[in-house]
Design a binder for this molecule. Sequence first.
Ligand SMILES: [Zn+2]
Length: 294
Amino acid sequence: MLRRTFLAGLTSIPAAARAAAPVRVVASFSILADLVRQVGGDAVAVESLVGPDGDAHVYEPRPKDLRTLLAAGLLVRNGLGLEGWMDRLTESAGFKGRVVVAAEKVVPRTMNENGGVLATDPHAWQDPRNAVLYVQAITEGLIAVDAANAAAYRDRAAQYTTQITQADAWIATTLGAIPADQRRIITTHDAFGYYGARYGIEFLSPEGINTEFEPSAKSIAALVAQIKREKIRAVFIENMTSPRMAQMLARETGAALGGTVYSDALSPAGGPAATYLNMLRHNTTLFAAAMRPG
Ligand SMILES: [Zn+2]
């Protein structure tokens, strides 16, 4: 019944209005939604399933998401095992649109999780060079569903890529000034591996690359000992996880709380990290301040 009403609604839209209507795109989480907006501009209407400050690892889709997905022509997801809930959602929705796996061309980073299991790190967007690959994949996806705007998408993608590359150079310069023995940061979960590999910063965290599993008392104790031994000075809260772990680590070790960084989600509009580029600037400014000797 719902479906019939929906289709009847579609056929009543005049042809001219249909042609001018923006392409409806669904992104799995807020960072991807921003990348799509930057490339798509006014030609796209983007919705994010996991919103600002949300956790894309453990999201539970709602009935509303099925309708959002069915109305979309393009779905953009990260891949690399981030959205474990996505296949079930697209199957239940019977989604027939085009799917972009943004991280498709990324060389994945693997790491040992608790217990020595080798796991793929999904947080590739934290290296801006990977974000350039995301933008390429998104641009190709948009052109595939909306060839009429191909030139506009390519132009916007080229301009945005220049901005990402400039941000990358600025981060490299800013963090390049930090002495080698200060290049360590504590975060709640292991979301900054790609960022750390790109800029030569070591990130340590009690939780692994997935927020799904609670760290053991033993691994927390080992991290506390390491923070004290190596005199690591700052612990960061992440916007999309509980602040309690970072607060506890700071209390146990005497390390300072360095503030809130944005790992797997943007801030709401008006916040300090409402776009991908602002997220990079905000995080880097806080990380640099915490590591700078003074
Ligand atoms: Zn994460």
